[in-house]
Design a protein around this ligand. Structure first.
Ligand code: UDP
Length: 239
């Protein structure tokens, strides 16, 4: 029974930056391959995997707008960036023989299919990985919000937010060596202490819809599988 997963269906959120590896822009194919292998392990133990990938390795609307660009145009570029990342991830997954669907919140005929909730659930039930791209389709939102929204819509058991650190800390562990890691938090505690787990939109959505979120370190080999088997990695945030 040690092989058994404790979740049937998960929503895995990767930041765009996670795809950069040691570079400071773009996509590192080595990183994609490593992630594809880890995701393949989940599929192998029968877990249904939905994914949202950010776009911060390519474009962020906020940064573009700080440089003078119209914010909504910048957000559109950011959302298109997430589609590019999704295509790259699909490519890596399919090279590892994992059937993968990319759905987009913005129509892109001939490139990816439109987001359709019922179709997504059918794909997940048949064991395909589904990557939800183009965020929510709306400016002023983030891919954390998109991950929480899709996770709730397609009835995932948990949102797994992959980060560069081991979980949620009382302060930035890089800047403050006395920072301590939380194993568990309630949404209200995380909000009250302003721990910056995700943006407020995502936090309120998951709190109100009672969707647990686990923050963990994807750079730690095997951490993803440990999390899915119910192991104590990172920080669990729930009501
Ligand atoms: N974005 C958006 N609406 C959404 C999701 C994303 O406008 O629903 C844009 C926004 O400009 C954002 C960019 O896409 O900065 C990339 O997403 P995000 O910053 O969440 O990526 P990550 O930080 O996870 O790499």
């Amino acid at each position: 029974e040690t092989n058994k997963a404790s979740y049937n269906r998960i929503l895995l959120k990767l930041s765009g930056e996670a795809l950069m590896g040691d570079e400071n822009f773009g996509i590192d194919p080595k990183v994609l391959d490593r992630m594809a292998l880890e995701i393949g392990q989940l599929v192998g133990i029968g877990v249904q995997v939905g994914m949202v990938i950010g776009g911060g390795n390519l474009f962020r609307g906020e940064a573009l707008s700080r440089a003078g660009m119209d914010r909504v145009t910048g957000d559109h570029m950011g959302m298109l960036a997430t589609v590019m990342n999704a295509l790259a991830m699909r490519d890596a997954l399919e090279r590892n023989n994992i059937t993968t669907r990319v759905m987009s919140a913005i129509s892109m005929v001939g490139v990816v299919e439109d987001y359709d909730r019922r179709k997504a659930i059918r794909y997940l039930n048949q064991g395909d990985v589904v990557i939800f791209s183009a965020g929510t389709g709306n400016p002023f939102f983030t891919t954390d919000s998109a991950a929480c929204l899709r996770g709730i819509e397609v009835e995932c058991d948990v949102v797994l937010k992959a980060t560069k650190v081991d979980g949620v800390y009382s302060a930035d562990p890089v800047k403050n060596p006395t920072a301590t890691k939380y194993d568990r938090l309630t949404f209200d505690e995380a909000l009250e202490k302003q721990l910056g787990v995700m943006d407020l939109t995502a936090m309120c959505l998951t709190r109100d819809q009672n969707m647990p979120v686990r923050v963990f370190n994807m750079n730690k080999p095997g951490a993803l599988v440990t999390v899915v088997r119910g192991g104590d990695e990172g920080t669990l945030i729930e009501n």
